[in-house]
Structures are given as C-alpha cells and as structure tokens.
Write a new protein. Structure first.
Length: 365
C-alpha cells in the first residue's frame, strides 16, 4: 500500500508519497494543468497496483472537488479529507505534504477500518446533490449581499440631501419609489451614481427571483428540507442551506456533535488550574447556518411559548445574547431529533413538556 499526502494550491500540487514501511519514495510538485496532473495520477495508479493500491490525504478547501473526482477516477482506495491543521512558523508546502503523508501512514489501519483517529477532524465530502444545494444557497447569499450594497448606496444619496423622509410610500422596495428615484432632481454626480445603481437593483432582483425559484424546487424534492420548513422562521432558502450542510444526520452520534460541528459549543480555556474554564462558542463550521439559525430564533421566540419561557429564564440569569445562543443550540438539538425520527416541529408536545416542568418546579419544596 502507498500513502499519498497532497498540499493543494491553485497552480500546483505538492506531493509526498510513502511506502508501506513509512519511507518516503517521492517528493515533488505537480502542475495542475490537466495533461500533467492526469499523467501523474496515471503513473501513480500503475505504480500502486502491485502494492495493493494507494490512500490519499488532503486538507479541505474550496478547490477540492476536481481533485477528489480525479483520485476516485484513478482508483484511490480511501480519500481522507481533514480540517486544516495549525500551521507552524516553519510552514512550507513540502513540509505540509510530508506531515499529511506521515499522518496518513501512522493512522492507516484506522482509516481503512472506517474509524476516526482521536483529535483529527475528518471532513465528509458532500454528495453531488448536497454540493449543488450548497452552491445554490451560497449564490443566493452573495446576490443578497450585492443588492444590500446597492440599496445602501441609494440610501446614502438620499440621506446626503435629506430626502429619505420624502419617499412616496412607507415600503422602500416598490415600483412607485423606483419611479420617484429615477425622476428626482439631483446634482450631476449624484444623478449619475443613481442612474448606475437603479439598473443594478433591477438586475439583482431578477437574478434573485431565478435563484429563489430554483431553491424552491430543491426544497420540494428534499425530505430533510421539508421537515425543517416546519420550524418557525425557516423557509425554502434556510431549509435547503441547513439540510445541505448537515448531510446525512446519522453521521452525528448525538445533538452535541451537531452543535459542535456548527461551532455552537463553548471553547475550553485551561490555564493550568484544576478546573477548566469554558469560553465563548468556537464558531467553527458554516457561518451561513449560524446566521440562519440566529434569524430563525426571532420567529421561534415569537411563536413557541415553551421556548420563549425557557429563553426568558436564561436571559434573566445570563443576559439576552447568551440566551439567544442557547436557543440556537437548543434549536439544533431539536433539528437532530426531527431528522433522526423524521418528524416535524411539534409545538404541542414542547408546550406540554414545559407545563409539566413548571408544575414540578412549583411543587418542589
């Protein structure tokens, strides 16, 4: 068996190859041009065949997709994708590839048996459907951000001339307001900027409409997304974004592992004292999921009386900010159970349990 460590970059791959006994048999850089990289992997597959094949390890990044496909195409027995490790001050591409190959060789049997070495954060590559859904929801987030920037530019011009209070309707994003913006008298340069911003606003609205229609189609076809839409504050976009980033719920053994995956568990700060101190949340994992959960909390607290009462108790002791993070984490716990049991969000059951808890608390001496 051969063990391949890959440090991936835009224009090249830094390669470190080890034999079964751990000795380094190859150290080189390979261009990412299609012809050269195909030639390298074809030669590697031929060389690895008498050795029983090869395993590969690399760190997760946004450029992994084509490389993962190529490794599978050339017969890689096991592809290990991990979270980036902490970088030393002596970082070099060759050192990174060497460290990865060594890590793969040391834990080779665990990887082959499907076990995770302790302390190593292995990443499960998404399926083709999940990757498409992630790309689609990320595109929607980018377009929304661009539209927000355009609207902020328009508001800046209006505030500059004290015109915000003069808009014809209370709601800003209407056709009447757009006509008013197009016809109002402004100084030459502000008129020029406004004339450039208005078509961008129209174009981004059209693009968002196309993307959101596609997201709605995906939501209808995804069973996990349908379940998530039963939660207050979670629509098509949020449901598809969260479901595609969770993937197979069975890879999370408990709700805590799901919360940890999305960075909603407290970090640990140990200063050598007998007790460990828990810090703020780690904020690992998907920022989009944390943002969407934070948005959903507003609606959950409005419509779910049991959750609202629980939040008020935490808010009284720890403050509103910590209370909202606690609700986000509890929401992830509920999502874990929903997807495991294939059940929708149930207000009645949660309210009943909360009433039973209050009755027990009231009867306690």
């Amino acid at each position: 068996m051969l063990y391949l460590g890959i440090d991936q970059h835009k224009r090249q791959l830094t390669i470190n190859l080890r034999a079964e006994d751990g000795t380094v048999t190859l150290k080189r850089q390979v261009s990412t041009q299609w012809e050269k990289v195909r030639t390298f992997f074809a030669d590697l597959a031929e060389k690895a065949c008498p050795e029983g094949g090869f395993l590969a390890i690399l760190e997760v990044c946004g450029m992994n997709a084509w490389l993962l496909d190529m490794l599978q195409q050339y017969g890689c027995r096991e592809i290990v994708v991990i979270q980036p490790t902490e970088r030393s001050k002596q970082k070099t591409d060759r050192r990174d590839a060497s460290d990865l190959a060594h890590l793969l060789w040391v834990h080779r049997q665990q990887f082959l048996d499907g076990r995770h070495p302790l302390g190593l954060r292995r990443v499960q590559p998404p399926t083709a459907q999940q990757a498409d859904d992630r790309q689609l929801t990320t595109l929607r987030a980018r377009l929304t951000k661009k539209r927000t920037a355009v609207l902020n530019g328009i508001h800046t011009i209006l505030r500059k001339h004290n015109l915000e209070q003069s808009q014809p309707t209370k709601v800003f994003q209407t056709q009447k307001v757009r006509r008013w913006l197009a016809e109002m008298e402004l100084p030459e340069l502000d008129r020029l900027e406004m004339n450039l911003l208005l078509p961008q606003w129209d174009l981004l609205d059209e693009q968002l409409e196309v993307v959101e229609a596609k997201i709605a189609e995906r939501a209808e076809a995804d069973e996990q997304a349908k379940l998530l839409e039963s939660i207050p504050g979670i629509g098509h976009y949020s449901a598809v974004a969260i479901a595609s980033r969770i993937g197979d719920i069975n890879r999370f053994k408990c709700p805590d592992s799901l919360a940890n995956y999305f960075g909603l568990t407290p970090g640990c700060r140990n200063s050598g004292e007998a007790t460990q101190r828990l810090g703020s949340i780690t904020k690992r994992g998907s920022k989009i999921v944390r943002y969407l959960l934070g948005q959903a909390v507003v609606k959950v607290l409005r419509f779910d009386g049991a959750m609202r009462a629980w939040f008020q108790r935490i808010k009284k002791r720890r403050g509103s900010k910590i209370g909202r993070v606690a609700v986000m984490r509890r929401l992830l716990t509920i999502i874990w159970h929903m997807l495991k049991k294939k059940e929708k969000y149930r207000y009645e059951l949660r309210l009943k349990k909360h009433q039973e808890f209050l009755a027990f608390e009231g009867s306690a001496p």
